[in-house]
Design a protein around this ligand. Sequence first.
Ligand SMILES: C[S@@+](CC[C@H](N)C(=O)[O-])C[C@H]1O[C@@H](n2cnc3c(N)ncnc32)[C@H](O)[C@@H]1O
Length: 222
Amino acid sequence: MTATADTARLMDAIYANQRHVYDLTRKYYLLGRDHLISRLAPPEGGTVLELGCGTGRNLIAAARKHPGAVYYGVDISERMLETAAENVRKAGLDGQIRLKQGDAADPSIVNGFGVEAFDRVFYSYTLSMMPIWRQALDTGFARLAAGGRVHIVDFGQQDRLPGAFKRLLFAWLGKFHVSPRADLPAVLENQAICSAMTLNMKDLYRGYAVYAELEAHSPATK
Ligand SMILES: C[S@@+](CC[C@H](N)C(=O)[O-])C[C@H]1O[C@@H](n2cnc3c(N)ncnc32)[C@H](O)[C@@H]1O
């Protein structure tokens, strides 16, 4: 079995039941997602891609907040995508949000959308769950339009919170195969240098979460 098939099976197993209570429960601890959504501000007629879109919660919120864009979501879990498709339909946003099953580490996975490059690409609490998170980042950067932005929110290292909190949180997250990436800031700094992008990164909620934006310069401003 391939790594992609293994991950798909694992995610389906984790979320087969969880997806029914996911949006209700995660709003208490996947903090900073609405901050990311408010920062997207895609151009009118623009394109927005979420890699690891889960139940579609973010895509729906973003489509409501920034209705002038078209939204695309990829997730490796068929079960999560079933829930996402149902949520999108209930929200009446079928015409504005398109979904696709696949591995975010595979850059060709977005080909089926028929979009050459995306104005915004975002990752919300997915890099900490993807074993191949660096490749998943590569996919987003490879498909980013000139002048576009990559947005990331994920668990931070909890360094300004009590040590016992960090130990308990990390132990609990481990049960869901979630590993907050200590080297995420360094990887993004390196990416920004290599791609001549502007990086803005900050801690949210005393380091509970980390938020980052990387902006590609449009050809005229290079
Ligand atoms: C913690 S959930 C986050 C969902 C959503 N982004 C949010 O903020 O609510 C992580 C999601 O990443 C998906 N995922 C994990 N590995 C993936 C991969 N290699 N490619 C695409 N999606 C993946 C899981 O199936 C799951 O839906």
